[in-house]
Design a protein around this ligand. Structure first.
Ligand code: FAD
Length: 523
């Protein structure tokens, strides 16, 4: 019989799964694909809005606000493939590697005023105030030998902080390692697994015989930087001319923001006769059918969906909840290990739009990150992790109104996104407090090294996201191998469990994991 496949969860992981399933099994194959999503919109954390803003003299602009992911890296072939297959080339906005937004990244050191440039070349290191941390760190690592190496065949793992301390010393790990982790995972680098979060560093360590610096130099000499994505062997990526277009690109997004990607996949799926998209209906239980050959998905509205195959692309704690629902105990497909092993970060995202000003509000660059506070460097009370200078990276995303062919390419408004509520303390004052915005603006002013106050923002948008980024803690890779083994053993070859909490949190990882699941299902 033709397979019927249920995909649970309509974030980018589930959308990518359904998209590739629909390509693998076209309408004439007789396959039925059903995507079930609890909320009324598809895309999960991918959420972009276009809103109108006005300055004090009535000048208006139309700006894109991101509350989830804001940029993509061209290293993910799976994402480039989606861009190609969905015909999104004309709405791409790219940041070249030579642009200030790609080259200039900053740190704000807690307890100090202003931001410092992270030096982008060895020559610049020597002139940087960060040289006193960077030079001894590089020398320490370069002297390292093979004594401890986390190689691919060893199950060992350690935290990002422990790994970087071993190579570069305590100060480097606290300053740079923690800041990097704040920018991606909004968590504490002492929790995060090096093997899961930065596998490339383990590879460099091995290649450099124990030294990351040697490994990186050897890599450069061999010019052998491999993309993180490796195609499912028998299924090469279809990239058209997109890969060529991305050759010198640092990061990219779309004219109307990241949601373009999830919306385009969703629209395509909704137009296919053999794909059913069920929105606004939560999966509440998952059973095996009486015959034991099919999966039975039960939704909140009472629908019972029988399928020969199943892919769960929902957050792991949600899957745990429905596997332990009372209604499934008699015919559950079987418990799975480690669904609750990892914590998740909660973050507050504040979009700020400032009116055009005669002098720039911030230096040109991608933005700045803030390292972990210490006894020497106390935290700001707001628990700020960093600020992204959005309008510097993607100035043409926002438009002056009324827009015409003679309008300038950028709106002139300055758009920033502040990320707060890290792993240490809840923001004080709380985001709901009337004094929050003023405290935030004062803190930003100090970080940006300005004597005078920031202008009155034209727009402030605060979003508090609970449990939005799963944290792969130490041992994650081994635990996920056990989880995948248990799915195969207990649920059979017709099932897969994927998503940001399993195979990596970046949009690229999520799209890749959906693609892999779609081609790996045995039919
Ligand atoms: P989700 O988006 O969580 O989707 C899971 C879906 O399952 C949801 O739609 C949910 O409603 C649904 N669901 C849950 N329970 C049920 C149920 N019982 N029944 C049916 N449906 C259910 N990545 C980048 O690459 N670049 C960035 O710049 C970046 N920035 C980020 C900034 C923020 C603030 C956040 C939160 C994330 C960011 N990420 C970034 C990470 C990336 O966006 C996410 O990891 C990714 O979108 C997760 O996709 P997912 O489909 O695995 O999970």
């Amino acid at each position: 019989a033709s397979p019927s496949i249920a995909v649970l969860g309509g974030g980018i992981s589930g959308l990518s799964t359904a998209f590739h399933l629909a390509r693998r099994f076209p309408v004439h194959s007789g396959t039925r694909i059903t995507l079930v999503e609890s909320s009324e919109r598809l895309g999960g954390w991918m959420k972009s809005e276009r809103v109108a803003v006005k300055d004090s003299v009535g000048q208006e602009a139309n700006v894109v606000l991101e509350s989830g992911p804001r940029t993509l890296r061209p290293a993910s072939k799976a994402v480039l493939e989606l861009v190609h297959l969905l015909g999104l080339k004309s709405s791409l906005l790219t940041v070249p590697r030579s642009a200030p937004a790609a080259r200039n990244r900053f740190l704000h050191l807690p307890g100090t005023e202003g931001i410092v440039t992270i030096p982008g070349s060895p020559l610049l290191v020597l002139r940087s105030p960060l040289a006193k941390i960077l030079v001894p760190a590089v020398l320490k690592d370069a002297r390292k030998s093979t004594s401890v190496v986390l190689n691919n065949s060893s199950p060992d793992d350690e935290s990002v902080d422990a790994f970087l301390t071993r190579h570069f010393g305590v100060e480097f790990a606290r300053t740079f390692g923690s800041a990097l982790v704040h920018g991606i995972y909004a968590t504490d680098s002492r929790l995060l697994s090096i093997r899961s979060a930065f596998p490339v560093m383990c590879q460099l360590e091995e290649r450099g015989n124990g030294s990351l610096v040697r490994g990186a130099v050897m890599d450069m000499l061999r010019n052998s930087r491999k993309s993180k994505s490796t195609a499912v062997e028998e299924q090469p990526y279809e990239l058209g001319d997109i890969a060529e277009l991305m050759r010198d690109v640092s990061v990219f997004s779309f004219q109307d923001g990241m949601q373009t990607l999830s919306d385009s996949v969703a629209n395509q799926l909704q137009g296919l006769a053999h794909v059913e998209v069920m929105k606004g209906d939560r999966v509440v239980a998952l059973n095996k059918s009486k015959s034991g050959n099919e999966f039975e998905t039960i939704t909140e509205s009472g629908k019972r969906l029988l399928s020969s195959h199943i892919v769960s692309a929902m957050p792991l704690p949600h899957l745990h909840r429905l596997l332990s629902a009372p209604s499934v105990t008699h015919s559950s497909p079987g418990p799975l290990p480690h669904l609750l092993a990892n914590p998740s970060s909660s973050v507050t995202v504040v979009n700020l739009v400032f009116p055009p000003t005669p002098h720039p509000i911030h230096p040109d660059g991608f933005g700045y990150l803030i390292p972990r506070p210490s006894t020497d460097y106390p935290a700001s009370s707001l628990g700020m992790l960093g600020t992204v200078f959005d309008s510097c990276a993607l100035p043409t995303q926002d438009r002056l109104l009324p827009s015409s062919s003679t309008s300038p390419p950028s709106s002139g408004f300055t758009k920033l996104t502040v990320i707060l509520n890290g792993p240490y303390d809840a923001p004080s004052p709380a985001p709901s407090s009337p004094s929050f915005v003023q405290t935030l603006l004062d803190t930003l002013r100090r970080h940006l090294g300005r004597a005078e106050p920031l202008p009155e923002p034209s727009l402030v948008r605060i979003r508090e996201h609970r449990d939005c980024i799963p944290i792969p803690t130490v041992g994650h890779t081994a635990r996920m191998a056990e989880l995948t083994g248990a799915v195969r053993e207990r649920w059979g070859p017709n099932a897969a469990v994927i998503g940001a909490g399993v195979g990596g949190v970046s949009v690229g990882d999520c799209v890749e994991s959906g693609r892999r699941a779609a081609y790996a299902l045995r039919v």
